[in-house]
Design a protein around this ligand. Structure first.
Ligand code: PEP
Length: 255
């Protein structure tokens, strides 16, 4: 008998967007997360750190989980402007996005830094959503699979389990551009990730780790992308800022 698939996750990365009035968007997402969706998929909203606490309080009783977008590797100390995984957890987060390509590109995060942050997330009891993905130049050079493999190997430390790790495949050239890979390309990379997860979490657990696709997911392409083998949900940027669009993407999992 084939093992059950993991429960899908649709996560919204708000990036540096959102003010207190954005609580209304969270309310709308929670209100739209009706029984048919609840039965099929988890929803996670990752607002900027300034809103975490307010979002987490507002989300109590709604089943929408709240996550952070990054964390520092240390628990506390003289790191001006930084936020630790423990602080995220204390504010009500249950997960944190790590190694997003914008962090890798603009803040020069290496795989080694992402691995340290992943350990920090686990130390604080958070689910680490580790992002991997190739640039346009790497894709054109035929290096997609080797880049993703290297990022997986170096960014995920020992100790990963289906309960503490989510992998997000986000081709850098698809983020915020409106471009998406073909379903076939997504299937190829997700199959590779699933295969490598056998080494990372063991063969028995590999099928239970959620692998999200991210990069220009919107309501109009969600059903196709979410229907690809080994795609267990989405990491959504721009379209997560509007409740209607975010729920429209999650609707790919409605009965
Ligand atoms: C992202 O930044 O994680 C992302 C997927 O962005 P977008 O959906 O806007 O492409």
């Amino acid at each position: 008998m084939a093992a059950a698939k993991p429960r899908p996750l649709v996560a919204g990365n708000w990036k540096m967007n959102g003010l207190r009035r954005s609580l209304a968007t969270l309310d709308a997402v929670a209100a739209g997360y009706d029984a048919s969706l609840k039965a099929r998929a988890d929803l996670l909203v990752c607002p900027p750190a300034t809103l975490l606490s307010a979002f987490a309080q507002r989300a109590v009783g709604t089943r929408v989980a709240i996550g952070g977008q990054d964390c520092h590797a240390r628990e506390a100390g003289a790191y001006t402007g930084e936020i630790s995984a423990e602080m995220l957890a204390d504010a009500g987060a249950s997960a944190v996005i790590l190694g997003h390509s914008e962090r890798r590109q603009y803040f020069l995060e290496t795989d080694a830094i992402v691995a340290e942050k992943t350990l920090a997330a686990w130390r604080a009891g958070l689910v680490a959503i580790v992002c991997v993905g190739e640039t346009q130049a790497e894709r054109e050079a035929g290096k997609t699979l080797s880049v993703v493999r290297r990022q997986l190997r170096r960014s995920i430390p020992a100790g990963a389990t289906p309960a503490n790790l989510v992998v997000a495949y986000e081709p850098v050239w698809a983020i915020g551009t409106g471009l998406t890979p073909t379903a076939r390309d997504v299937a190829e990379v997700h199959a590779l990730i699933r295969g490598d997860l056998r080494r990372i979490v063991g063969a028995a657990a590999a099928g239970q780790v959620r692998i999200l696709y991210g990069g220009s997911v919107k309501p109009s392409n969600a059903a196709e992308l979410m229907g690809v083998d080994n795609v267990d949900g989405a990491l959504v940027g721009g379209a997560s800022l509007k409740a209607e669009d975010f729920l429209g993407i999650a609707a790919a999992y409605r009965d």
